[in-house]
Design a protein around this ligand. Structure first.
Ligand code: HEM
Length: 400
C-alpha cells in the first residue's frame, strides 16, 4: 500500500472550488504531490492521482455510483438512491440497462449516423459569418444538440423548445431537477413522442425513442424509465461535446503552429482530439460512494461518504505524463490513456459519437475555413462552471 501524507500537511482540495479553473491547476498539482486523497468536508473526499482514480472507477464491488453527479458537502451520499439513470446504477441493473442502450452506440449504428453528423458539422461551419467576430460556443452547442436530438429521435420542430428547457436545467445542476417546471415540461413532451411511437402513430425507426417505446410496448421497460434514459442522453451528450469542441479549437488557434500542423497533416486530428480530452477534460469529476468502509491509498472512507473522483486531476498527473503534463502537445505519447471518458463499467457510452462530432467539425473548419483565427483582443476565460470545463466564450474571426 502507498504511504499517504496526512491531510494536516496540506490544505485539502475542495472540488467546490473547481469553478476557479486556473487556481485549480496550481492547487491540484500541489495536492497530487503531497495529499492525493484529501477530505475537504466531513463527508466528502477528493481523489487526485491517476492511479487511485482508475482503481476506483474499475472497482464496482467496493464503490457504488448511486451518488453520481450529486455533490453534497454536508450529507455526502447519505440518503441518495440511484436515480435510475445509467450513470447512477450499480451491477447487475447497470449492466442490463447498458446492454440495452449500447445498441445506439454500436459501430454499425454510428456508421449510419456519421454522414448526418458530417452534414450538421458542415452546416455549422457554413453558417459562420465572415468578416466579423463570432462566438463558437453557441455554434458548437447547435451542433451537439442537433446530433443528440437526431440520435434520440426528437422531432425537429421541437428542438428549439427542448433546448430552451434543457438550458435552464443545466444551470441548476448538480442540484436535483425534480419539481422544476422545465423538467416537467420536457418530460411531458418527450413522453408524448414516446407514446406516439409506442402506439404506432409514428412509424418505428432506428432512433432511441423508437427503440425504447418498443421496449415499453413489450412490457420490458416502464415508459417513465424510458424517459429518464432519454433525458440522461440529452444531458450527457451536449455540454460535454460543446466543451470538447471549444477547448480543442481554442488550443489549436491559440498557437498557430498547431493549426498549421493539422492543416499539413489532417491525419493528426484524432491525436489532437485525444490530447484535448486529456488536457481539458470536459467533465472535471464523477462521484462514487463505498458500499462499506474502505480506504483509498491508506485514507479511510466510510460507508455513505462521498468520493469525488478527479478526472481532470488524473489527466494532469505528472507521474503519468511527465513534468509537462499541463502542456497541450498533439504528438504526445499517451502511455496510460486519459480518463476524460471515465474507465471501466461506466466508461462513456457516447465516446465514439463525441469523437465523430469533433472530427467532423475540425475537418470542416480546416477544409473550408483554414484562415480562421482567434478574434483580435480575445481573452480566454473559462466558464464559471463546477463540473464542466470550457471557454466562457470563444471569439474567432474568419477574414472576409
Ligand atoms: C466529449 C464528450 C463527452 C465526455 C467528455 C463524456 C464523459 C463521460 C464520462 C466521464 C462518463 C463516465 C461517468 C462515470 O464513470 O461515472 C460518461 C458516461 C456516459 N456518457 Fe459521456 N461524455 C461525452 C459525450 C457523450 C455523448 C455524446 C453521449 C451520448 C449521446 C454520452 C453518453 C454517456 C452515457 C450514457 C454515460 C453513462 C455510461 C454508464 O454509466 O454506463 N456521453 N461520459
Amino acid at each position: 500500500m502507498e504511504e499517504s501524507v496526512s491531510v494536516d500537511d496540506v490544505a485539502p482540495f475542495d472540488p467546490l472550488s473547481l469553478a476557479d479553473h486556473h487556481a485549480a491547476e496550481r492547487r491540484l498539482a500541489e495536492v497530487r504531490g503531497s495529499c492525493p486523497v484529501s477530505q475537504p468536508h466531513p463527508r466528502m473526499h477528493f481523489v487526485a492521482a491517476h492511479e487511485d482514480v482508475q482503481r476506483i472507477l474499475l472497482d464496482t464491488t467496493t464503490f457504488s455510483a448511486r451518488s453520481n453527479f450529486r455533490l453534497d458537502p454536508v450529507n455526502g451520499a447519505e440518503g441518495i438512491r440511484p436515480s435510475g439513470s445509467l450513470p447512477t446504477l450499480d451491477p447487475p441493473d447497470h449492466a442490463d440497462l447498458r446492454r440495452r442502450l449500447r445498441e445506439w452506440f454500436a459501430p454499425r449504428t454510428l456508421r449510419r449516423l456519421e454522414p448526418r453528423v458530417r452534414e450538421l458539422a458542415a452546416a455549422a461551419v457554413r453558417e459562420l459569418p465572415v468578416g466579423v467576430d463570432v462566438d463558437l460556443v453557441p455554434t458548437s452547442k447547435r451542433l451537439a444538440v442537433r446530433v443528440v436530438y437526431t440520435l434520440i429521435g426528437a422531432p425537429q420542430e421541437d428542438w428549439g423548445q427542448l433546448q430552451a428547457w434543457s438550458d435552464v436545467l443545466h444551470e441548476i445542476l448538480p442540484a436535483p431537477l425534480q419539481g422544476r417546471p422545465e423538467y416537467a415540461a420536457m418530460m411531458n413532451r418527450l413522453g408524448e413522442v414516446l407514446e406516439e411511437y409506442r402506439t404506432g402513430l409514428r412509424a418505428a425507426d432506428d432512433t432511441v425513442v423508437s427503440g425504447l417505446a418498443a421496449a415499453a410496448e413489450a412490457g420490458e421497460l416502464a415508459p417513465a424509465d424510458a424517459l429518464t434514459h432519454i433525458w440522461q442522453l440529452i444531458q450527457a451528450g451536449t455540454e460535454t461535446t460543446i466543451s470538447l469542441i471549444t477547448n480543442l479549437v481554442y488550443a489549436l488557434l491559440s498557437q498557430p503552429r498547431r493549426w498549421k500542423l493539422l492543416l499539413d497533416q489532417p491525419e493528426l486530428i484524432g491525436a489532437a482530439i485525444e490530447e484535448s480530452l486529456r488536457r481539458d477534460a470536459p467533465l472535471q469529476y464523477v462521484m462514487r460512494t463505498p458500499h462499506h468502509t474502505t480506504e483509498v491509498s491508506g485514507c479511510p472512507v466510510e460507508y455513505d461518504e462521498q468520493v469525488v473522483v478527479g478526472l481532470q486531476s488524473a489527466n494532469w498527473d505528472e507521474a503519468v505524463w511527465g513534468p509537462d503534463a499541463l502542456e497541450f502537445d498533439i504528438e504526445r505519447d499517451h502511455p496510460a490513456g486519459h480518463v476524460a471518458f471515465g474507465k471501466g463499467p461506466h466508461a462513456c457510452l457516447g465516446a465514439p459519437l463525441a469523437r465523430i462530432e469533433a472530427q467532423a467539425f475540425i475537418r470542416e473548419l480546416l477544409g473550408c475555413r483554414p484562415e480562421v483565427r482567434l478574434a483580435t483582443g480575445y481573452v480566454h476565460e473559462l466558464a464559471d462552471e463546477l463540473m464542466v470545463r470550457r471557454p466562457a466564450k470563444l471569439l474567432v474571426h474568419i477574414p472576409g
